[in-house]
Write a protein that binds this ligand. Structure first.
Ligand code: GLN
Length: 236
């Protein structure tokens, strides 16, 4: 008998929900929107999409989702956080709001909007570190008022870095994994490169294996490129 596909929950309080759903459909994973605690039942993984981490933190509290998600992560539910989602997973947030909460599941410090106003949004590349993501070279990476990872310690493993766009031109980690937790500072759902969604599908346990060497390509249309210095849309 064929094994049923993994079901990944996508936190649907704010942010890039549709884009993650489409990306998971591409790798054969069924998704379910998570808006209330009852929606967490029976999922094999959970995605915390990009958006605005301060708003997401408040909505997680008001929806009653914060505590059950925190418990599920502690119990080993695989979780993927992209951009604001990674901020929600980080152990320490710099330039956050005083009442902003995180699940503290990734041993790292992040600075909100850490790439500075002149580089709030840019398209760069993420260089794989080691061989977890390295089947076809660098990943296209769309950064939208992205958090800058300023420190990594303990159990967090760097799977990819980005060079030259940090405030001081430094190399910064942009993909981190700690056991069942995957954090990405950019928006993999906005490009056609499905390596990160495929990796997460594997972490969630029941992934379809795509042929190796699927070429990376940047999506057109879903990401509106803004020249450096222009403010990002308010919802981010
Ligand atoms: N700057 C946002 C925050 O601090 C994150 C932006 C994003 O998710 N695209 O939460």
């Amino acid at each position: 008998m064929e094994e049923p596909a993994a079901t990944v929950g996508v936190l649907a309080l704010q942010g890039d929900v549709l884009e993650h759903e489409a990306a998971f459909a591409d790798v054969g994973v069924v998704t379910r929107r998570v808006r209330r605690p009852a929606d967490l039942g029976g999922i094999d993984g959970l995605v915390l999409p990009g958006g605005e981490s301060t708003t997401l933190s408040m909505l997680l509290e008001s929806s009653g989702l914060f505590e059950p998600i925190a418990k599920s992560i502690t119990r080993g539910l695989p979780v993927l956080g992209t951009c604001a989602g990674l901020i929600l997973l980080a152990a320490r947030v710099e330039d956050g709001r005083g009442d902003q909460r995180t699940f503290s599941a990734l041993d790292c410090a992040v600075r909100r909007n850490g790439y500075g106003p002149q580089r709030f949004s840019f398209e760069g590349v993420a260089e794989p570190v080691g061989d977890v993501l390295d089947d076809v070279g660098p990943l296209p990476a769309v950064f939208i008022r992205a958090p800058l990872v300023t420190e990594v310690w303990g159990g967090a493993e760097v799977l990819a870095t980005e060079s030259s766009q940090g405030p001081g031109g430094e190399t910064a980690p942009v993909v981190l994994r700690q056991g069942h937790v995957l954090g990405v500072t950019f928006h993999p759902e906005l490009t056609g490169d499905r390596r990160l969604h495929r990796l997460f599908a594997q972490m969630a346990g029941r992934a379809e294996r795509a042929p190796a060497g699927t070429p990376a390509r940047l999506a057109t249309g879903s990401f509106e490129h803004r020249p450096a210095g222009e403010p990002a849309p308010a919802r981010r």
